[in-house]
Design a protein around this ligand. Structure first.
Ligand SMILES: NC(=O)c1ccc[n+]([C@@H]2O[C@H](COP(=O)([O-])OP(=O)(O)OC[C@H]3O[C@@H](n4cnc5c(N)ncnc54)[C@H](OP(=O)(O)O)[C@@H]3O)[C@@H](O)[C@H]2O)c1
Length: 345
């Protein structure tokens, strides 16, 4: 086993686009578990746009402290244990952060460390059965409440969350219109994810195309992007539409929340008697098992396929996070550090 391990620490709060210099790479001796502790070798890390927010300021979670490892979900393998609940060789997931090894008593900033369900891969644990898949499931079904025959609009449709929303909405019998950046992603959204249409926001006028594709307006908007794309959606609402504010990545590099782009046509909500609602998936933690079951059923029925973009190499953590803001990922953005399963220590 290695004697030292690497950690990416927050060196300064990002301003604008994330830079490598916002982080520092620390090398420390691998710690030994004390009583009630165990050591995890991290194999996979999840990359999520919300990490940019955690680095910048307090929000629904306190900001990462300067000098602390960058907060992140991950999967790993227990390599040493003096904890009765964890055995060497066991695959586990939790808020491991940007670190190659994690010493823990079982709790992380993102909740308890839990074993991977049998048969679930690290990619599935962090993707379709992780935060993004569950966000898609609960945001769409619990807040969007789509009915068969409804028209559902999904921005960020080729991303981890959006691609699951597209397919769940199709499985529920809806007409689905995706929005994504570039012809390759749009082709994937229609041909693989099965949307009825996809608007390339980088080369097409979104509001006009939407009007042509959904002349009666859209019943559900699953919003991942915000800004002008949200405005185009609001200009095309059906009566009593539900607008789900999942995220607004187009403004995440803004100086602070007050500098985010505002919403001009908000009176459309009044005119169409529509509802716009935000949510944070952590509020659904008590229902995660229900969501995993529903998503697993769709996979088994051949109605849900997943895509993962897997980068390699711990040294690429900052660049991998940047990929989300450059639109380089298709599906769930992951980083593989090492191959599981590893022999027990
Ligand atoms: N509310 C919650 O609890 C919750 C939980 C999870 C995720 N979210 C939100 O869900 C959204 C998607 O997250 P994800 O993890 O699934 O990421 P993702 O969609 O897999 O990746 C981000 C995608 O956003 C698009 N994008 C980046 N910058 C953009 C810009 N300036 N304008 C338009 N599109 C841009 C890119 O796709 P294109 O190439 O198509 O531009 C990129 O691939 C984010 O807003 C995230 O914050 C919310």
């Amino acid at each position: 086993m290695a004697e030292t391990y690497r950690r990416w620490l927050l060196a300064r709060r990002p301003q604008g686009v994330i830079k490598d210099s916002d982080f520092s790479l620390d090398v420390s001796p691998v710690p030994e578990p004390g009583p009630g502790e165990f050591l995890v070798r991290v194999t996979h890390l999840s990359f999520d746009p919300t990490q940019r927010g955690w680095l910048a300021a307090d929000s629904y979670l306190p900001a990462v402290k300067l000098g602390d490892p960058v907060r992140a979900s991950g999967v790993g393998q227990v390599v040493k244990s003096s904890h009765p609940g964890f055995k060497p060789g066991q695959m586990v997931q939790g808020g491991f952060g940007w670190q190659e090894y994690v010493l823990s008593n079982g709790m992380t900033e993102l909740g308890p460390i839990t074993p991977l369900f049998p048969g679930v891969t690290p990619e599935q644990a962090l993707g379709v059965f992780g935060i993004t898949g569950l966000t898609a499931w609960f945001g769409l079904t619990d807040l969007g409440k789509p009915q068969a025959g409804d028209t559902v609009l999904v921005s960020g449709a080729a991303g981890a969350t959006g691609s699951v929303v597209v397919q769940v909405a199709k499985a529920l019998g809806c007409k689905v219109i995706g929005i994504a950046g570039g012809p390759d992603k749009c082709r994937w959204v229609t041909e693989v994810a099965g949307a009825d249409a996809c608007i390339d926001y980088k080369s097409e006028p979104v509001a006009e195309r939407l009007h042509t594709l959904a002349p009666g307006g859209v019943n559900v908007v699953f919003e991942n992007v915000g800004g002008e794309i949200l405005e185009a959606a609001l200009m095309n609402l059906a009566l009593r539409a539900r607008v789900i504010l999942c995220g607004g990545i187009s403004s995440y590099n803004a100086e602070d929340l007050s500098a985010m782009q505002g919403i001009r046509p908000y009176m459309q909500l009044t005119i169409q008697r529509a509802r716009m609602e935000g949510f944070i998936i952590l509020d659904y933690m008590h229902r995660f098992a229900e969501g995993v079951q529903a998503l697993a059923k769709l996979i088994a029925e051949g109605k849900l396929t997943t895509a993962e973009d897997i980068q390699e190499g711990f040294e690429t953590c900052p660049a991998t996070l940047r990929r989300l803001f450059e639109g380089k990922n298709l599906g769930k953005q992951l980083l593989k550090l090492t191959d599981p399963p590893l022999p027990p220590a």
